[in-house]
Design a protein. Structure first.
Length: 265
C-alpha cells in the first residue's frame, strides 16, 4: 500500500510537500530524506535506469520518479500491487506539473502554495484504489479489502473509497421506486439488507449482519465505506447533487443492526 508521498525540488533538495495516507505516521526527517532522495535520483537518472526507480529499506520500499527537476517519491509497504502504486504516482506527477508548472518557473520560495494539492493527491490515490482493489471483480473483494484497510485509513478516506465505488456501480434510475429495488439488489451482493421509506425524500437502510463491522467493538460508528457507497450510488442513480448519508446505528457500537438514513432534499 502507498503510505506516504513526497514532492521534492531536485538540486536544492527542498521538500515541497509530503502527504500521508494512513493513521500510522513514520518518523522521517523530511529535510534529510529529501537530500538522500535527490542524490539518488540524480545518480539513477545519469545511469538512465527506467521511469520509476525503487529501492528497499527494511520493511519499506521507496519509489522515485523525476520530471522537470521535480522528484516524486512514494513510500510503500512491502506490497505486491505495484501497478496501482505506479499509476497513482505517475498521475500525481502529471497533475502536479499541470497545476504548478508556471509557479515553479517563477517561484518565490513560498512552500505554502502547494498545500491545496493535498486534496488532489487524495482524489487520485483513493480513486485508483477503488478501481484497482474493489470495483474490479466486484463484489468478490469488497469485504476483505475494506476490513483490511479500515484500521489503517482515516474514516474520511474510507467514505471516499465507498463513494467512488457506489458511483461506479450505479445506473440511472427513472423513479424512487426503482432506486429502492436496485440499491437493495446491489447491497445484497455482499450483505443482507432491508430498504424502506415513509416518503420519497428519505430512505432507510438496515443491515442486520453487517460484514464491514462484524467482530469490531468501538464507541464510534465504523461503517464509513457503506455510508460512502450508498451516498455515491444514490447521487449517480438519481442524477442528484451532493446528498448526505448518516449511519445512525452500528453493530460495532452495540446496536442490533447498522442503519443508514438518507435525506434526498
Amino acid at each position: 500500500m502507498l503510505l506516504e508521498v513526497f514532492i521534492i525540488q531536485e538540486g536544492s533538495s527542498l521538500l515541497l510537500l509530503s502527504h500521508s495516507f494512513t493513521k500510522k505516521k513514520y518518523k522521517i526527517d523530511g529535510n534529510l530524506f529529501s537530500g538522500l532522495i535527490s542524490a539518488l535520483s540524480m545518480f539513477t537518472t545519469e545511469l538512465e535506469i527506467g521511469d520509476i526507480k525503487h529501492f528497499q529499506t527494511g520493511e519499506l520500499r521507496v519509489l522515485i520518479t523525476t520530471y522537470k527537476n521535480i522528484i516524486f517519491v512514494g513510500l510503500v509497504d512491502d506490497d505486491p500491487h505495484s501497478e496501482f502504486i505506479e499509476i497513482s504516482l505517475k498521475n500525481i506527477r502529471e497533475e502536479f506539473l499541470k497545476e504548478y508548472s508556471q509557479e515553479i518557473e517563477n517561484w518565490s520560495g513560498k512552500i505554502s502554495i502547494f498545500e491545496d494539492f493535498r486534496k488532489k493527491i487524495d482524489e487520485i490515490v483513493y480513486t485508483e484504489f477503488s478501481k484497482y482493489f474493489i470495483e474490479k471483480d466486484f463484489p468478490k473483494n469488497v469485504i476483505s479489502v475494506v476490513r483490511k484497510i479500515q484500521s489503517k485509513f482515516e474514516s474520511k478516506y474510507l467514505k471516499f473509497i465507498g463513494k467512488e465505488t457506489g458511483i461506479a456501480r450505479a445506473e440511472t434510475q427513472s423513479s424512487f421506486k426503482s432506486l429502492k429495488k436496485q440499491i437493495r439488489r446491489e447491497l445484497s451482493l455482499f450483505s443482507i439488507n432491508n430498504v424502506s421509506s415513509t416518503n420519497e425524500q428519505e430512505l432507510q437502510i438496515d443491515i442486520p449482519m453487517c460484514p464491514i463491522c462484524r467482530g469490531i467493538k468501538t464507541p464510534e460508528f465504523s461503517c464509513k465505506f457503506l455510508e460512502g457507497f450508498i451516498e455515491g450510488y444514490i447521487e449517480k442513480s438519481l442524477s442528484l447533487g451532493s446528498i448526505q448519508v448518516r449511519e445512525t446505528k452500528c453493530i460495532a457500537h452495540g446496536d442490533e443492526h447498522c442503519r443508514f438514513i438518507t435525506n434526498l432534499n
